[in-house]
Design a protein around this ligand. Structure first.
Ligand SMILES: NC(=O)c1ccc[n+]([C@@H]2O[C@H](COP(=O)([O-])OP(=O)(O)OC[C@H]3O[C@@H](n4cnc5c(N)ncnc54)[C@H](OP(=O)(O)O)[C@@H]3O)[C@@H](O)[C@H]2O)c1
Length: 214
């Protein structure tokens, strides 16, 4: 079972749909059961309904064996602090890209811990935080009828946790997981999303990354 904290937003909903389409059970968490129900109704328009459940965030954290954090950076601390017990001993996949947009230009937010992923790890010392999926647009993930060709850089301190997240990345057709090293490298991937957003604006596109030469 894959849990989603903040699974009602575009990123969580789209990942949940992709994982359900690959045959995995997902539990979509929200602060409101009604919003979780509404998100699940959209997800199952194109995914098996038997694999998708709606829940409050605490239940998604409790039930998920691997749990995604897909909330805005500004909400991360207040959402995660009360969930530390439910998330203890689990892999927590952090896709949070701390970016602000001003005057149409995206820029990275400075974070005392160095990155959103390192901040999550400091809030959840008994969990194994893995940073991944920052550079995949929710729009591209949602359109399951179109191929999505990209690499996903995965930053993790623990080898087993990294391998688990590699498996999740590659359960989505045509995505390739790339080992980005330890969690301290998450800052580079998080920051890169600001650049991608600015590229998207210039090209009126949904850009993604592909690493070559490896
Ligand atoms: N959108 C993308 O293309 C994309 C791509 C890569 C990474 N990301 C990252 O993934 C995360 C989620 O992105 P998103 O576009 O899905 O974000 P979002 O729609 O702004 O937020 C996702 C969910 O988080 C919850 N939330 C919002 N504000 C909150 C608050 N103040 N306190 C607690 N919960 C709050 C909401 O769920 P409830 O109201 O149901 O609780 C919301 O549906 C972000 O950190 C983003 O940087 C996004």
């Amino acid at each position: 079972m894959i849990g989603f904290i903040g699974g009602t937003g575009p990123e969580g909903r789209s990942l949940a749909r992709r994982f359900a389409l690959s045959g995995q059970k997902v539990i979509v968490g929200s602060r409101s059961k009604a919003r979780a129900d509404a998100a699940v109704a959209k997800i199952v328009e194109r995914a098996p309904s038997s694999l998708v459940t709606a829940a409050l965030n605490a239940e998604a954290a409790q039930m998920g064996e691997v749990v995604f954090v897909v909330v805005p950076y500004t909400a991360q601390r207040s959402i995660l602090e009360p969930l530390a017990n439910q998330l203890a001993g689990k892999i927590v996949v952090n896709a949070v890209a701390p970016v602000t947009v001003s005057g149409g230009m995206a820029s990275a937010v400075e974070i005392p811990e160095g990155s959103a992923a390192l901040q999550a790890q400091s809030i959840l010392p008994r969990s194994e935080v893995v940073a991944a999926f920052h550079t995949i647009s929710a729009n591209d993930l949602w359109r399951t009828e179109d191929p999505i060709e990209s690499d996903v850089v995965v930053c993790a301190n623990d080898r087993d946790a990294r391998d688990t997240v590699f498996g999740l990345v590659e359960s989505i057709p045509r995505l390739r997981a790339i080992d980005g090293g330890g969690l301290e490298n998450a800052t580079y991937v998080e920051r890169f999303t600001a650049l991608l957003l600015n590229i998207n604006r210039r090209y009126k596109a949904h850009s993604a990354i592909r690493i070559v030469g490896i």
